[in-house]
Structure formats: structure tokens, C-alpha cells
Write a protein that binds this ligand. Structure first.
Ligand code: FAD
Ligand code: NAG
Ligand code: NAG
Ligand code: NAG
Ligand code: NAG
Ligand code: NAG
Ligand code: NAG
Ligand code: NAG
Length: 491
């Protein structure tokens, strides 16, 4: 790619970064501004530096902590993950970040066993005796295939489900291939098609699982329990989001000791970034030669490249010129943390000890929560619980479910997209200059790792587009190279 063809393949940009010239089209190295200090924004900064990006990098974070949806909550003196909690063993960027930053891994090797129950609103349709995993309290379905009871209930469908997940995970691994064999992607669609994952976004998980030969029972119970825990939604989410959600059943799950947010903090710390905490960007305007970012505390910044690393769906950032992205609703997950004791009578039981330690649920609008689990047993009568629900949990409801409630913490997450099929994707490039959108990829699936994978592609896209002039991405109206006012007087 030493020459710049006027129109590249509309499929994707095939640019081998090692062959691209340095950022030389501008007298000074470009200033990059990133909105959001979650794993997405932190990873963009990290990968830009790894690809020898030398210009200043600013990260803006409206909160007074970094990490975004990776956050902890402290209840009764103990700290737990409040948002993103679990990583898959094949989340290779997260694995590498953790190593590079010398963070400690909290792995899933505990002997503690946890029981799972599937609640249908009237009774437990299914209960395991033991469920070997320290993390099963919330996200994992680890070891479930080993449970004789599960096998008896769901039979061979369990193996078909595992197969479906494995094939999808293997396709995802293509995103770790070396640059030589992995193109830079201009759109989410092309990125997904290249890995063979796109079709999964055009159909529901339900359709995919039926095609894979799974029984209705497994789909309506176990698969539904898992998608409700992971995405707060039913099996009518897309096949891809569903497969990612089910991938929590593979074992070997892990987390960062002390909080996953430390990955973002560490990446930012090591990437020579000017971090602006407590500063919310309210407008992004292209002013002829650069972007002008104004914040709610009255500051104004000039940026050659701007990266949006947060979902735009519930934000009021004003763009000039206006941008156009498909409508997307975020699924809200209400996370409620309780120190106290649950009430067996609510579940039609006599003893606290009879309640499974992880209560999953099926789709039934009468059930006011999606899952409840024990985070920690302080004693037989004093426990910390985590509960997810689609609606806020009122005190009245909590008083039915819990007989003792000494501390209650509520968090309302704009958690992840409400998934559909066929899924519509926002562009990675919000204009034809240098305004990028990492969270366009969240319509594929929302996880820490997918944010990092999308961020790496965006970093490569920035560098490749900044260094070739003018690299048209597709034939429809995209004409820009690196920001130069003389080239963009039409904007
Ligand atoms: C309850 C819950 C459980 C989850 N469980 C898991 C899990 O177990 N495993 C997993 O991998 N994923 C999980 N996820 C998904 C995961 O949290 C997200 O996919 C991932 O963290 C998204 O990272 P991000 O950097 O793209 O966005 P975010 O983490 O949302 O970061 C965006 C940041 O931008 C900031 N911001 C927004 N607007 C502005 C502005 N105008 N100016 C300045 N700053 C701004 C926000 O404050 C935020 O810090 C879970 C999510 C939730 C909510
Ligand atoms: C993780 O780090 C190893 C060793 O440095 C490297 O070989 C590998 O390519 C890295 N993986 C990713 C996904 O970057
Ligand atoms: C995706 O679906 C299209 C149209 O049905 C089909 O032609 C294509 O082969 C499918 N791709 C994959 C990877 O399954
Ligand atoms: C930042 O990184 C340096 C090493 O590069 C380390 O010594 C320091 O403790 C880190 N700071 C934070 C806040 O993580
Ligand atoms: C941003 O701030 C600058 C400087 O204060 C101001 O001139 C400009 O009008 C502001 N832009 C917007 C969109 O508010
Ligand atoms: C965005 O603006 C609308 C209308 O002005 C307002 O109702 C909403 O609360 C705002 N959202 C945020 C996140 O500030
Ligand atoms: C709750 O608080 C009461 C009164 O302070 C105390 O007696 C009780 O032990 C506490 N229970 C739990 C479960 O923390
Ligand atoms: C190209 O841009 C012009 C104006 O900037 C617009 O009128 C036209 O519709 C665009 N064409 C396409 C294919 O987007």
C-alpha cells in the first residue's frame, strides 16, 4: 500500500501497517482526543502508542473514576464488581493487558461449589446440587455439563450448545491474527463478515439454537437463564450476542483481583495520555482544520482526530456537522446489592439453606428480577447478594424477597444494547474525516474484550487513514485523507 488508489475495495481497507509511511502529512504529529475512559477508550490509546503514534492523546472522562462499566461497589466493607465481572480465558487482549500491567488474576479455581436453581415464578423447575465455580454467583455456567442432573434434564442438547459456542469463539479468534493476514476494517459489517460472524447477527439466538438441534426445554430454560443473566434479555437477542453470552459456560473464567477497572487505569497510565477527569464533552464541531471539543466545565480543545469510546445512545453530545447513526436502545440493568438475608417463604421454601445460591429465571413477566446470587456468606444468617432486574427493585418488593436487609445499594446501568435481529450497525467512521466510534461494535456483542478488539481496529484505522492520502474507504462519498482544510473546504 505505498500508493493510494483513488477508490479502495468497498470490502475493506487492506493496509499492512508495517508498510505504511509515518504520520508525515501534517507538520506536527496529530492530537487525538478520546471520549471515555472505559476499556474501549483506554485500549485505543494503548494501541495507538503501540503502533508508534507520537502525537498528544487526551482522554476525557465525565466521571471521577476511570473504567466506565468496569466498576466496583463496596458494601459492608467488601468490594465486588458492579458491572463487567467475568473474562473468558480466550479474551487475549485482556489476558495481555493483565500480564503487561502486572495485575493479579483471580481465577476460577476455587473448591467452593455453588448451587443453581431455575425459578419460574412459582417454583424451581430445576436445581443442581453442586455447581463448581467461585464465579457461578453470577456469570458462569461453569461445570454445568459435568452435572449429572443437568445432563439428565437437557441431554445431548448440552453438547450441541457447547459446539455452537465453540465454533463462534473460534471464528472470533481470527481477530488476533497478525496484521499481515488481518485487514483494517472500515465498517463493523465487514469486520464481522471477514470472521464469518456476520450471519449470526441477522438471526435470533432462538433460531440459531433451533437450527443447531437444541431442545425447546434447553432453550427456554438454561439458554434463557444465561442470556437473562448476561444481557438482561431473552433468547430473541441476535445469535452472535447470544453465543458470546453462552460462552461463559466454558470454564476457566477469570477476573482481575481488586477490580477489572484496573486494566483501563493501567493502560491509560502507560500510554502517555493527558487524562481529563470529571470533564464531560458536550459538543464536537469540525471547524475547518480540526475538531473543537467543548466540555461542560467551559474548556475547549482542538483535536485532529476524535474518538468516541462510549455508547452515544443516551448522550446529548451535539455534533456539528450532525452525524447519523441508527437508533439503538440500551438495555438497562438494575444491579441491586443487599446485605441481609433472603426469605425462603418468597420461594415457597421453609429454610434459607434450601434456596439455591444462584437463582436464575426464565421469561415470565411476573418475575420481578432476572437473577439473584450470593456474593458472600458472612454467616448462615448474614449474606451479601447481587441481584439484576430490568426494572428498579422497589423497597416493597425487596421486603418480600429479603427478611433482613441492612444495606441496599442500587445501580442503574445503561448496560448494553437491546439486541435485535437483523442487527443494524453504526459506522466506525462517523464522518469522512477523523471522527471515530468504537462502540459501533457493541451491536455485535458487548464485553470488555469486544471493546478492546474494536478499539484495536479503530487505532489501526486512524493510523492507516492518517498516513495515506487520500484513502477512500468506500465509493460512497468518502474522500478524505488526513485532516487538511484545503482538502475539506466542502465540509
Ligand atoms: C451489569 C453489567 C455486567 C456486565 N458484565 C460483563 C462481564 O461479565 N464481562 C464482560 O466482558 N462484559 C460485561 N459487561 C459489558 C462491559 O461492561 C462493556 O461491554 C464494556 O465495559 C464497555 O466498555 P467501553 O469502554 O466500550 O464503554 P464504557 O465502559 O461505558 O466507557 C465509556 C466511558 O465514557 C464516559 N463518558 C460518556 N460520555 C462522556 C462524555 N460526554 N464526556 C466524557 N466522558 C464520557 C463514561 O463515563 C464511561 O466512563 C457488563 C456490563 C454491565 C452493565
Ligand atoms: C499477547 O502477548 C503475546 C506475547 O507478547 C503476543 O505474542 C500476542 O500476540 C499478544 N496477543 C494479542 C492478542 O495481542
Ligand atoms: C451467510 O449467509 C449468506 C446468505 O444466506 C450465505 O450466502 C453465506 O454463505 C453465509 N456465510 C456464512 C459464513 O455462513
Ligand atoms: C503508572 O505506571 C508506573 C510504571 O510505568 C507505575 O510505577 C505506577 O505505579 C503507575 N501508576 C498507577 C496509578 O497505576
Ligand atoms: C466551543 O467553545 C468555543 C470557545 O469558547 C466557542 O467559540 C464555540 O462557539 C463553542 N462551540 C459550541 C458548539 O458551543
Ligand atoms: C438529554 O436531553 C434531554 C432533553 O433535553 C433530557 O431529557 C435528557 O435527560 C438528557 N440526557 C442526558 C444524559 O443528559
Ligand atoms: C442487621 O442490623 C441489625 C441491627 O443493627 C443487627 O442486629 C443484625 O445483626 C444485622 N443483620 C445482618 C444480617 O447484618
Ligand atoms: C455525497 O455528499 C453530498 C453532499 O456532501 C450529498 O448530497 C450526497 O447525497 C452524498 N452522496 C452519497 C452517496 O452519500
Amino acid at each position: 500500500m505505498s500508493t493510494s488508489p483513488p477508490i479502495l475495495s468497498p470490502l475493506f481497507l487492506i493496509i499492512i501497517l508495517t508498510l505504511t509511511p509515518p504520520l508525515s502529512s501534517s507538520p506536527q504529529p496529530p492530537t487525538t482526543c478520546i471520549i471515555g475512559s472505559g476499556i474501549g477508550g483506554a485500549s485505543v490509546a494503548h494501541f495507538l502508542r503501540r503502533h508508534s503514534h507520537t502525537g498528544p492523546i487526551h482522554i476525557f472522562e465525565r466521571n471521577d473514576v476511570v473504567g466506565g462499566r468496569m466498576a466496583t461497589v463496596t458494601i459492608a466493607g467488601n468490594t465486588f464488581e458492579a458491572g463487567a465481572s467475568i473474562l473468558h480465558p480466550k479474551n487475549y487482549h485482556a489476558v495481555n493487558f493483565t500480564k503487561m500491567l502486572s495485575l493479579k488474576v483471580k481465577s476460577d479455581d476455587s473448591d467452593e461449589s455453588v448451587s443453581l436453581g431455575i425459578w419460574n415464578g412459582n417454583g424451581f423447575v430445576f436445581k443442581t446440587i453442586e455447581w463448581n465455580s467461585r464465579f457461578s454467583w453470577l456469570r458462569s455456567i461453569v461445570g454445568i455439563v459435568n452435572s449429572v442432573r443437568v445432563l439428565l434434564r437437557y441431554g445431548v442438547s448440552l453438547f450441541k450448545m457447547n459446539r455452537f459456542v465453540e465454533v463462534t469463539v473460534d471464528s472470533f479468534l481470527k481477530y488476533y491474527q497478525p496484521f499481515e493476514s488481518r485487514p483494517v476494517f472500515g465498517t463493523v459489517e465487514e469486520m464481522l463478515k471477514w470472521a464469518g460472524l456476520y450471519n449470526l447477527t441477522t438471526r435470533t439466538l432462538h433460531e440459531e439454537l433451533i437450527d443447531a438441534g437444541l431442545s425447546y426445554l434447553l432453550i427456554q430454560e438454561l439458554a434463557t437463564v444465561i442470556t437473562r443473566i448476561n444481557y438482561g434479555q431473552s433468547v430473541s437477542i441476535s445469535g452472535l450476542a447470544g453465543a458470546v453470552s453462552l460462552a461463559g459456560s466454558g470454564g476457566g473464567l477469570w477476573a482481575v483481583e481488586g477490580g477489572n477497572w484496573q486494566m483501563a487505569a493501567g493502560l491509560i497510565n502507560r500510554s502517555d495520555v493527558a487524562l481529563h477527569m470529571g470533564e464531560e464533552i458536550e459538543s464536537i464541531s469540525y471547524v475547518g482544520s480540526a475538531y473543537e471539543l467543548n466540555s461542560t466545565i467551559g474548556n475547549s480543545y482542538k483535536c485532529d482526530v476524535t474518538v468516541v469510546a462510549t455508547p452515544l445512545d443516551e448522550l446529548n453530545i451535539s455534533f456539528n456537522p450532525k452525524i447519523s447513526i441508527p437508533d439503538r436502545k440500551l438495555q438497562h440493568t438494575h444491579a441491586t446489592f443487599i446485605r441481609g438475608l433472603w426469605n425462603p417463604a418468597y420461594f415457597g421454601l421453609n429454610y434459607v439453606a434450601d434456596i439455591p445460591e444462584l437463582v436464575g429465571t426464565i421469561e415470565n413477566s411476573d418475575i420481578p428480577f432476572t437473577c439473584i446470587s450470593i456474593l458472600k456468606k458472612h454467616s448462615e444468617k448474614d449474606m451479601t447478594y447481587k441481584m439484576f432486574s430490568r426494572q428498579p427493585m422497589t423497597d416493597a418488593l425487596l421486603d418480600q424477597i429479603f427478611s433482613v436487609r441492612n444495606e441496599t445499594i442500587r445501580i442503574d446501568w445503561g448496560a448494553y444494547p437491546h439486541y435485535h435481529s437483523p442487527e443494524k450497525f453504526a459506522p466506525f467512521m462517523l464522518d469522512d474525516i477523523h471522527l471515530y466510534y468504537v462502540n459501533a461494535f457493541e451491536n455485535a456483542a458487548s464485553t470488555m474484550e469486544t471493546s478492546a478488539v474494536a478499539a484495536e481496529n479503530i487505532a489501526r484505522l486512524i493510523i492507516s487513514r492518517a498516513s495515506s492520502e487520500p484513502p477512500s474507504i468506500s465509493s460512497d462519498n468518502v474522500t478524505s485523507g488526513f485532516i487538511r482544510s484545503d482538502l475539506h473546504s466542502d465540509l
